[in-house]
Each structure stands twice: as C-alpha cells, then as structure tokens.
Design a protein around this ligand. Structure first.
Ligand code: LFR
Length: 486
C-alpha cells in the first residue's frame, strides 16, 4: 500500500481535503476536511468588488492537511487544485497585495473588445485557443491596468500556485491552469510573448509578473510545515484533474465535468484552432500528458445554486431533493433558455433573470421553483447536447458515450436528461473527480504508480461505482426545443 496522499480541491462554494491510499490497483479515499468558500463583496470608494477570501482558504487547507496527517500518518504527497483564471499579486517582498478578485466580478465588462482593438480576436485565438470569457486572466489584467496594486506587483500566482507558494516557498505556474489565462501559447505550451506584449499597450508588463511554467507531475518541493510530504504540481486546474479521472476505457468519449460550471468536451492530442471553432466559442485548455481539453463552458449548476440562494433569502423552502422531485413532475421542455447568456454570470436574482430570458425567447416563463428548476435542467441538457455535437464535428471525432464526473453526478434527473437529449449513454461517476485525478497524478509523480492516462483511468474505474443512464424516447422533442432558441 502507498500513501497517504492528500488532495486539496477548492471549489467555488467549498474546499475539501481528501486523503487517498493506493492498494493493489485501487485508490481508497476518505474526506479529511471540508470548509466553506464564497465571494466577499468589498466596497472601495464608489465601486464594490467581489473577492475570494484566500487567507481563509489557506487556513482551511493547512488545518485540513494537519487533520489528514494526524489521522493517516505523515503525508507522502500533497496536490492542490482549484477553479481557474484568478490570481493573487505579490510585491517585491513576496507579500500578498490584497485579496484575489473573483471571476464573477463586473470589472471585466467590455474589456475583451478593448483588448481586441490591439490584438484582433482571431489572432488571439490562433495563439491561445481560448473561448472568450470576460474573466480570462488576460482580460482581468487589462481591467486592472492603472491600479496602484498592479503597479506594485512583482509576481502573479494563480490560486493553487499561490497556496503552493505559501506551503513550500516555491513560485511556479502549473501549465493546465496557466492555459486558462489567455496568456499561454496553446501550441508551444509556453507563455506567449505576443499576448503579454499586447498588454504593454495597457501599461501592464505581464511577462515580468509570470513565474516559470511546470508541467503537471512536477515535484515542487517539501512542505514548510513538517507534515511529511512533498507538494506535487498536479493538474492544478480542477477541470484538468477531473478529466484525468474520467473512467473511460476507450477513446471515443465526451466528458462533462459537472459542478458549479459544466465543462463539456473532448480530450484531444492537438488543439483545434480553426475559424469555425472560434466562432463556436470552443476552448483549447491543456490537459495531462500533453493532451488538450477541447471544451465549452456551460453555465452549469450555478444557475440552480443561485436560484436556491434567492429562494432561501425570500423565505421559500428550497431544499434540493424536494425541488428535484417536483421538477420531475413538470412536463419536459415547457420552457428553455440559452444558458450561455452572459446575463447569468454575476450573482443576483437568478429566478427573475431566467423568467426574463424565457419571455424574451417568446415562451411562457416558469411560475414557481419547480418549473424554474425544470427549465434549468432541460436547458443544461440542451446546452450539453449542442456542445458534444459541435465538439465532435469541429474536432472530427466520433463520440459514443458521455462520462459525467463531479458533483452533478448526484443529480439523477440531469444525467437522464443528458442521455435523452444527446441520444447517447451517460456514465455518471465519480463525484470527487478532481480529487481523484489530483491523487493519482501525485502517486505517479512520486513513483508509486506507472503508466499513461489510460492506466490512471483504469485505477479510477476499479476504485469507484458508476451509474449508467440509457437514452429514453427520441431526440425529436430536443430538436424542436433547440429550434426555439435559434
Ligand atoms: C470549474 C472552473 C472552470 C473555469 C471556471 C472559472 O471549476 O475551473 O473550468 O472556467 O471554473 O475559473
């Protein structure tokens, strides 16, 4: 038996420390700690900015690792993964300059067009291969141009790399997460001088801020605190770790990493940088072992989470099992919305925004939480169907099964709707995909596991239960629903 390895997996609403041991080709996992996470709105002058409470996350991480070491003995390895794009800035002394800004903050509104005035969108895509999202780091940096904080900054570290720096003293940029910044050349897997050069037009010397890149599987160094282990740069982008843990046994699969976001796409050997791919807003993020994660960000269960928050604030009963049971009774596809509408990105009154979007699309808006929940799930399934079909077409690949990993695995109705909408079988599990991918990459980096991605996936398959959903009915009603949004 080897281990214990500790995976720190930070999500938009919670952080988790999961401990794993490898035994005879199986990974045994246990949750050692869980702590809350969420945006904090902070006023400064006239403007209120959404931040991450990154010091709380550091404390949750450290105390979780201590618990893990106390309960399981000295740690063999530690790996960190989180959401992408957001960063902390350090000054000349290596001290943090303020709390990182949350990707849902409004500061990047309208900024992509200002960047495109210097480097046209098509040229940017030809280099970084990224879907245009206002929160891509390249746009966040342009938005931050001229601030006192950025002027004082000497180093930029993405969230997992920032925590890694605090745990080890080492400053690196792990490449899967770096690939979400928009500053990386997706073909060479190096920082793009042309893109960082573009930011100089905004007075931002990004090249000077960026640390050296490392591939996932690099041993970063020993922990400062004596907990036993070494920090491994895993796929520090949670989606990269989750995709590594898809228990597929053959190459023609699509995946949905399903949580606050749904990341829907394919694993490829090389990026797709065609104009058609750019027009369809597909992203080429980097994955484990030289792979490319060719995917689209679908708005995800955020839509439902934010509705639940609003209903609870309004004093309505909104527990998830009750909502999902009620949503099952609502007729299918009565109302669908285009989940890619950027209006859904910021926090706020989500039920009202959904009702507005339905009315704009000429449909009767949902009237209660059950109808709204059903509208969200139908619409997500429709979004998955579009993404899987377009990805397969643009990458010229066959898809004959969809793997769902992450928290959304627990949503049986959504999994079934995904099968129905796509006409493909859906295999759901594991729930803790990112943590499993994180643990296995540590084990391999530290010499306790051999093999390629397929070998890691075989360990996941041997270690977890999955559930299979078979498509029911025809996809005709989904074709009609899609036309309603065209
Ligand atoms: C999912 C995720 C997505 C990324 C989004 C924002 O947790 O990492 O992949 O686009 O968060 O960073």
């Amino acid at each position: 038996m080897s281990g214990p390895y500790a995976a720190v997996d930070l999500g938009a609403s919670s952080g988790r420390v999961i401990v794993g041991h490898l035994d005879d080709g199986r990974l045994h996992t246990e949750e050692a700690a869980r702590f809350p996470n969420g945006p904090v709105a902070v006023p400064a002058g006239e403007v209120t900015t959404l931040h991450w409470d990154v010091l709380r996350l550091l404390e949750g991480t450290r105390s979780g690792l201590r618990t893990a070491a106390r309960e399981h003995g000295p740690l063999t390895g530690v790996g960190l993964d989180s959401w992408a794009v957001d960063y902390g800035l350090l000054d000349d002394d290596g001290a943090l300059l303020g709390n990182p800004v949350h990707y849902r903050d409004a500061r990047t509104e309208g900024v992509p067009d200002r960047v495109f005035a210097h480097l046209p969108a098509a040229d940017l895509y030809a280099r970084n291969g990224l879907q245009v999202q206002p929160f891509n780091t390249v746009f966040q940096l342009a938005a931050a141009a001229g601030t006192a904080q950025l002027a004082a900054a000497r180093r930029l570290l993405l969230v997992p790399d920032l925590l890694g720096y605090w745990l080890t003293g080492e400053q690196v940029a792990e490449v899967t997460n770096a690939s979400t910044t928009g500053l990386l050349d997706v073909t060479t897997r190096r920082w793009s001088e042309e893109i960082t050069g573009t930011l100089t037009a905004f007075g931002v010397d990004a090249a000077a801020l960026l640390p050296p890149l490392v591939e996932p599987g690099t041993v970063v160094g020993p922990l400062r605190e004596d907990l036993g282990g070494r920090l491994v740069a895993v796929g520090t982008h949670d989606t990269a770790s989750a995709v590594a843990a898809v228990p597929a046994d053959q190459p023609s699969f699509a995946y949905i990493s399903s949580g606050t976001w749904s990341l829907v796409g394919l694993e490829l050997d090389a990026p797709v940088l065609t104009e058609a791919s750019r027009a369809a807003n597909f992203t080429n993020e980097l994955g484990l072992d030289g792979t490319v994660r060719y995917l689209r960000n679908v708005m995800g269960l955020w839509l439902l989470q934010e509705c639940v928050r609003t209903w609870e604030e309004d004093g309505e009963r909104a527990d998830l099992p009750t909502l999902l049971a009620a949503a099952r009774q609502v007729p299918a596809l009565s109302c669908v919305i285009d989940t890619s509408d950027p209006a859904f990105l910021p926090p706020g009154d989500m039920p009202a925004r959904i009702a507005r979007a339905a009315s704009h699309a000429g449909q009767a808006p949902p009237r209660n939480p059950a109808e709204t929940t059903r509208c969200i799930l139908d619409s997500l399934a429709l979004g998955y169907r579009r993404a899987v079909r377009q990805a397969a077409e643009l990458a010229d690949r066959d898809v004959d099964v969809i793997h769902v990993v992450g928290g959304g695995v627990r949503n049986a109705l959504l999994c079934q709707l995904t099968a129905d909408a796509t006409g493909l079988p859906v295999v759901a599990g594991p729930v803790e995909g990112a943590a499993l991918g994180n643990l296995l990459v540590q084990a391999r980096a530290l010499g306790d596991l051999d093999g390629d991605l397929a070998a890691l996936r075989a360990v996941v398959a041997a270690s977890t239960e999955t559930r299979r959903y078979t498509p029911a009915g025809t996809t005709t009603i989904w074709d009609d629903a899609e036309r309603r949004l065209a």
